[in-house]
Design a protein around this ligand. Sequence first.
Ligand SMILES: NC(=O)c1ccc[n+]([C@@H]2O[C@H](COP(=O)([O-])OP(=O)(O)OC[C@H]3O[C@@H](n4cnc5c(N)ncnc54)[C@H](OP(=O)(O)O)[C@@H]3O)[C@@H](O)[C@H]2O)c1
Length: 304
Amino acid sequence: MQLADRLELAGFWRDTLEYAAEKTTRPAGQTPGDFNSFLGRGLVLLGCGKMGSAMLKGWLDGGLDASLVHVIEPYPSPWLCSQGLQVGPVPVGANPAFCAIAVKPQVMSEAIDNVKSLGGGRTVILSIAAGTRIRFFEQQLGSNTPIIRAMPNTPAAIGRGISAFVGNRCATKEHLDQAETLLSAVGDTVRLRDESEIDAVTAVSGSGPAYVFLLIETLARAGVREGLSETVAMQLAISTVAGAGQLAQLDGKPVEQLRKDVTSPGGTTAAALQHLMAPGSGLAQLMQRAVRAALERGRELGSE
Ligand SMILES: NC(=O)c1ccc[n+]([C@@H]2O[C@H](COP(=O)([O-])OP(=O)(O)OC[C@H]3O[C@@H](n4cnc5c(N)ncnc54)[C@H](OP(=O)(O)O)[C@@H]3O)[C@@H](O)[C@H]2O)c1
């Protein structure tokens, strides 16, 4: 390797590591104590399954005082019962700062009764239920209730999710900032301009982890067809997707440029991309159809 190339490579890694250090530093909103500053009146969590417990764990790890938390959950797990928080119905007269809703949409009509007393007051409702529109919460809890609807995804379970969110007319900038602090306990956040964008978010990042898992499965299977063992092929596929994803997130270059950087003219990657980028039958068209199908199904479910 030429000296100039080495220096460029060293520079690349220095920039990448510096950027990574910056990205992995907890945002200001997540420092211990900050949850407690705006949740002084308490937080109610309705539904503590996979997503509810991922968020709760993020909040407790981020310094939230467990005595401020009240969880409504029919079958509390041993982990939940050992956290020093309150489990059971919302006490009469409770006036928590936030009520996070993480039950399945199918049980929402029944579950919402548990928190009806929190509507129309000072409690901000933060729902992560897929397909349940802000209008439903306004009808159930009163249109003067601040309501924030968010769509996280499953990597939230390891603190690497992404949540898009939007508020109704009663949600102030302060409410949105606080909701963002809560959501950033399980990953990145992005603010939407309008609730109508949630269907597209669901189709891209909500369902997206499944598309990526399929990519891993099919890449590994192709490797097996070319003679690799299943274990090695799967290890190569998982690490390639994880590493490329992290590089895309940390490098700062446009992803298209990163792709071009790996593709020498006439080389092996170019030979593969000829198929993946074939006009009319490549990955772009397939992905467009897949995302459109997810979006349309989301709209159907939302109107049922
Ligand atoms: N998982 C994801 O990837 C993902 C992504 C984005 C959004 N979401 C949304 O997040 C929400 C939760 O999903 P999840 O995957 O965490 O589901 P989950 O694991 O089934 O959790 C839902 C929890 O709510 C509890 N519950 C049921 N009825 C209740 C009631 N009447 N009152 C209080 N709690 C009740 C359930 O208890 P039982 O198990 O005893 O019924 C369960 O523990 C859903 O609305 C989903 O659309 C999930």
